[in-house]
Write a protein that binds this ligand. Structure first.
Ligand SMILES: Cc1cc2nc3c(=O)[nH]c(=O)nc-3n(C[C@H](O)[C@H](O)[C@H](O)COP(=O)(O)OP(=O)(O)OC[C@H]3O[C@@H](n4cnc5c(N)ncnc54)[C@H](O)[C@@H]3O)c2cc1C
Length: 324
């Protein structure tokens, strides 16, 4: 089947999760000739070279000042043109705010269907199906699309390994797209987050803190552990609501869904809403003074201890281990 992968870039850097989406596309397309990628932005033409060997023969490039910042109307026009140019019957992307906005918009326009946030996917007889965590991760549903002219699928970051297989010439093909300029949506300002660490949704290691941190200042002990592990720092909603951590750090039902290899929950009780966002993490370590805390039910390793004692010890021991 003909598959198009939406490769998201930010500031001319391809997101790691976009390469994972490309590898997911390889699993659906029969051959590199059937698989294409599309990169939309400004000054992004050179990025196609980075996709060489990731399974796609063609990389459609939409490169114009009109696409410098994300604009749903302009980006939808560009993606639609790429879908038509490739004759794609499936479109794959990483489950992220951009695809959450773009894919339903285009699915409606093209008489398509959409599977969101799947952790694995396959195709049989031209029909795409996938596994989707539901009900706060308590159920893994197998979902399939029926009678969709174009099948849109978003893949949860860190679910599928990005693999370079040395197939896929990644030849750039420029698409001239007349971006609709009706002026309804304009980017007035871009405010960047303060953190230099990877975004939570893409991080392979996360150290998270809860209400029990008791102040923004106390998050520094989590930052120190995160520095040693090259991890990103997250927080529960209680910690965010109390002003100890920024909104962009919130993990959970009304925060971000994360899927790291390692999630260290420090002083987090493990409410259903928190677990909705982190339950699929591969290894979960919980540090909590209460041995009955629900977080221990999903933890691979549990430490019943005061985090203010346990975290600095962990940081110190890991530092020693990693220094040798
Ligand atoms: C509609 C809705 C949406 C929500 N969305 C989210 C969401 O997206 N994300 C989210 O996180 N929550 C969300 N919540 C809130 C959620 O229900 C919980 O209130 C919240 O997750 C609790 O955060 P917490 O674990 O930090 O705090 P608490 O539940 O108060 O837990 C603190 C834990 O720290 C332990 N502790 C205390 N002192 C120490 C110490 N010194 N060392 C170690 N452990 C210690 C305690 O034993 C306790 O288990 C939502 C709620 C609703 C109603």
């Amino acid at each position: 089947m003909k598959v198009l992968v939406f490769v998201e870039q930010r500031e001319k850097k391809i997101k790691a999760s976009a390469l994972e989406a490309l590898s997911a596309g390889v699993a659906l397309a029969g051959s590199p000739a059937d698989l294409a990628a599309v990169i939309i932005g400004h000054g992004v033409e050179g990025l196609s070279a980075e996709l060489k060997g990731y399974g796609a023969d063609t990389v459609y490039i939409v490169d114009d000042a009109a696409f410098n910042h994300y604009n749903p109307i302009a980006y939808a026009a560009a993606l639609e043109q790429a879908i038509k140019a490739h004759g794609a019957s499936a479109v794959v992307g990483s489950a992220a705010p951009m695809t959450r906005d773009l894919f339903p918009r285009l699915a409606a326009r093209l008489d398509g269907g959409i599977l969101t946030d799947v952790t694995s996917l396959e195709a049989s007889g031209g029909v795409v199906s996938g596994v989707k965590p539901m009900y706060a991760g308590k159920v893994l549903a197998k979902v399939a699309l029926q009678n969709a002219a174009v099948q849109f699928v978003s893949v949860r970051p860190n679910s599928i390994k990005a693999e370079k297989k040395d197939a896929g010439a990644a030849v750039a093909k420029k698409l001239a797209v007349a971006a609709p300029t009706d002026g309804r949506i304009k980017t007035l300002e871009v405010r960047k987050g303060k953190s230099e660490r990877p975004d939570l949704t893409e991080a392979s290691r996360i150290v998270s803190g809860g209400r029990s941190l008791a102040s923004a200042d106390n998050f520094k002990i989590l930052n120190e552990l995160a520095d040693v592990l090259n991890a990103t720092v997250g927080a529960s909603r209680a910690a965010v609501d109390a002003g100890y951590a920024g909104h962009e750090m919130q993990v959970g039902q009304t925060g971000k869904t994360v899927n790291p290899n390692l999630y260290i929950a420090c002083g987090i009780s493990g409410s259903i809403q928190h677990m909705a966002g982190m339950r699929t993490s591969k290894t979960i370590v919980a540090i909590n003074t209460d041995a009955e805390a629900p977080i221990f039910k999903v933890a691979s390793y549990g430490i019943v201890a005061d985090l203010f004692q346990a975290v600095p010890i962990l940081t110190q021991k890991l530092k020693q281990l990693l220094d040798h």
